[in-house]
Design a protein around this ligand. Structure first.
Ligand code: HEC
Ligand code: HEC
Ligand code: HEC
Ligand code: HEC
Ligand code: HEC
Ligand code: HEC
Ligand code: HEC
Length: 409
């Protein structure tokens, strides 16, 4: 029986791919081309981009891309004397299983992964809802820990994940019309309309006309039918990143999936939380890069934008020397605005610690994580974008240097 069906289906599929333009397959609509179509003309950008945190921020879970340890003994997160969660691999599938008094009571699969740089959290489908698994993985401790959003010590698998998470961590998710009339909102998502990872068009906007035009006129070297970054105002440039890097407080006016370069973010997000004059001392380092940068002298007294220091097509994580160089493009002895500590530090320290002194990593108060024994708090540290003089950080580094030199003697 099966064979009879498989043959015609395969035929239909191959016909679809041949006859219909690939773009109509994009869940966002036929103005989107899909990032696969960019490879042809932007190969090196595309290949480098695959290694970035943006690209990897959401994906289907598989045994190769979940970083936590599934080996016997390392795969248990005890939550109380009687309750534990065990991470299990069965064939190619991964599961979180809750045990009460050593009896399995609930089991759900790792369907999707969010993150991977500092932390990884996992989502599963339950009918048409997406929920978060209670255990996440933390790089700082190389171990499993309680998922943010779940109270320490509990594992009820019940945290529903709505489109808002996907607005910042994916390219598209579609909310299904609500059928239930109850007071409690049940967010249901369309499985077939989900586009994981932040793709090219999430930042650059729908590009099918761009692709079609340049396919037709290969001699044309000036980009057509795509927003050109160099022609945007500074506010528009910063808004392109602010879609996801201006924090998560405030009411959303509409879904940011519709945001395109050149749009004004204030039309999507209540402006009250998106002003340069937001008190930087009250902002959390997590996710508020835009406001923190806007409160820095560097930003106020220059024309810099996010791309002055970040090439988002490349994975530049921890390339300290590269970032220091971006600072010294503006700050140098020759320009008479170099570091006032410069004559008190050796050159190697100056380069290696530049951003640690002026953009230190600070623990987020939004995301805090309890270790499995509940007592230890694993801080989730984020590099602040308020560029300034932090005397305490300098003190830490200077005394570290002193201690290390003494040890070497
Ligand atoms: C048939 C060739 C072709 C394809 C396919 C193509 N592009 Fe382009 N694109 C070009 C050319 C030519 C330019 C202009 C030269 C340059 O900047 O590389 C360009 C420039 C760009 C620019 C720079 C705009 C600027 O000046 O700031 C962006 C952004 C861009 N393309 C995005 C995309 C995306 C996203 C895709 C896939 C959805 C894509 N392109 C697919 C040919 C193509
Ligand atoms: C659609 C949402 C979205 C947009 C738009 C966006 N980002 Fe991000 N960005 C994220 C998320 C989510 C992460 C965290 C990814 C992770 O680690 O899973 C991130 C991470 C980063 C990182 C850290 C990279 C690393 O290696 O850890 C940098 C730097 C960054 N973004 C800069 C930018 C800049 C600059 C822009 C604008 C040109 C921008 N982002 C636009 C969502 C976005
Ligand atoms: C307003 C945009 C935004 C929203 C909404 C958002 N995030 Fe994030 N998320 C970010 C950014 C930006 C980062 C990384 C940079 C930082 O820490 O500031 C991040 C980091 C993370 C990380 C750590 C990634 C890593 O590689 O270390 C996880 C896990 C995560 N988010 C999950 C979620 C979940 C689950 C939700 C929904 C409950 C959510 N986020 C909602 C923007 C967002
Ligand atoms: C996080 C947002 C983001 C994502 C995702 C992204 N870009 Fe870009 N891209 C930018 C920014 C910002 C610039 C402008 C950089 C500048 O001019 O300083 C840019 C510039 C470009 C340019 C012209 C300049 C150059 O470097 O040649 C091309 C072409 C381009 N992008 C293609 C792509 C393609 C193809 C993808 C997917 C593989 C992609 N981009 C993904 C933000 C992004
Ligand atoms: C686009 C140019 C530009 C870049 C890039 C830049 N800065 Fe600045 N920065 C400035 C300007 C302009 C000022 C203001 C100087 C003044 O007031 O005379 C400034 C001020 C500062 C200050 C003094 C802050 C204060 O509150 O007084 C520090 C510290 C600083 N920058 C460090 C850095 C570091 C570290 C980097 C790299 C991560 C960097 N800057 C990148 C232009 C830049
Ligand atoms: C060990 C910590 C440390 C390192 C490393 C360091 N700085 Fe500084 N920087 C300081 C301190 C402290 C001050 C304030 C000194 C003072 O006011 O006497 C300062 C002052 C400055 C200022 C002037 C601020 C003003 O008031 O005008 C700039 C600009 C600056 N640093 C940039 C840099 C850059 C760029 C680098 C890396 C190439 C760097 N610094 C490396 C600690 C450091
Ligand atoms: C003056 C330079 C500079 C500018 C401008 C700048 N950044 Fe950064 N950013 C850095 C440095 C340095 C790091 C640390 C990189 C590392 O160690 O991997 C960083 C890290 C980040 C991270 C990762 C934070 C973390 O702790 O993992 C995000 C997200 C980010 N930047 C977003 C942005 C956005 C959005 C803008 C524009 C609003 C921006 N940056 C502008 C220098 C800059």
């Amino acid at each position: 029986m099966m064979g009879i069906f498989i043959v015609p289906i395969a035929l239909i599929l191959s016909q679809c791919i041949g006859n219909t333009p690939a773009e109509s397959a994009d869940a966002r609509g036929n103005v989107y081309a899909g990032s696969g179509s960019c490879i042809k003309c932007h190969k090196s950008i595309y290949n480098n981009y695959l290694h970035t945190a943006h690209y990897q921020t959401s994906r289907m879970a598989s045994a190769d891309n979940v970083h936590g340890n599934f080996a016997e003994g390392a795969n248990v997160l005890p939550l109380s004397d009687s309750v534990k969660v065990v991470m299990q691999q069965q064939g190619k599938k991964l599961f979180q299983v809750k045990y009460v008094n050593n009896k399995p009571t609930e089991k759900h699969p790792f369907d999707m992964v969010f993150g991977g740089v500092k932390a990884e959290t996992y989502l599963y489908w339950k009918n048409k809802q997406v929920l978060q698994l209670p255990v996440s993985y933390y790089n700082a401790i190389h171990a499993w820990g309680n998922s943010p959003g779940y109270e320490a010590g509990y594992a009820d698998f019940s945290r529903v994940i709505g489109t808002r998470c996907f607005e910042c961590h994916s390219s598209y998710a579609k909310e299904l019309p609500q059928i239930t009339q109850s007071l409690t909102r049940t967010v249901e998502l369309d499985r077939k309309a989900m586009i994981l990872s932040i793709d090219c068009e999430r930042c650059h906007g729908p590009a099918v006309n761009h692709v079609n035009y340049h396919n037709e006129y290969p001699g044309q070297k000036i980009a057509k039918y795509i927003a050109r970054y160099s022609t945007l105002t500074r506010a528009q440039k910063v808004d392109m990143c602010g879609v996801c890097h201006s924090g998560n407080s405030g009411t959303m006016l509409k879904s940011t999936f519709a945001f395109k370069p050149g749009d004004t973010l204030a039309k999507f997000k209540e402006a009250e939380f998106y002003h340069a004059d937001t008190n930087p001392d009250k902002l959390d380092v997590h996710g508020n890069q835009v406001q923190l940068l806007q409160s820095s002298a560097c930003f106020i007294k220059s024309k810099m934008d996010c791309a002055t220091c970040h090439n988002t097509h490349n994975n530049e994580r921890s390339l300290t020397a590269l970032f220091t160089q971006r600072c010294t493009n503006c700050h140098s002895e020759a320009k008479h605005n170099f570091c006032k500590m410069a004559n008190r530090l050796d050159k190697a320290t100056l380069t290696a610690q530049c951003i640690n002194c002026h953009m230190p990593q600070k623990p987020s108060s939004v995301i805090t994580v309890h270790n499995s024994d509940k007592s230890t708090l694993v801080p989730y540290e984020v590099r602040t974008h308020r560029i300034a003089v932090y005397p305490q950080e300098t003190q830490k580094i200077v005394s570290w240097l002193k201690n290390n030199k003494l040890k070497a003697l």
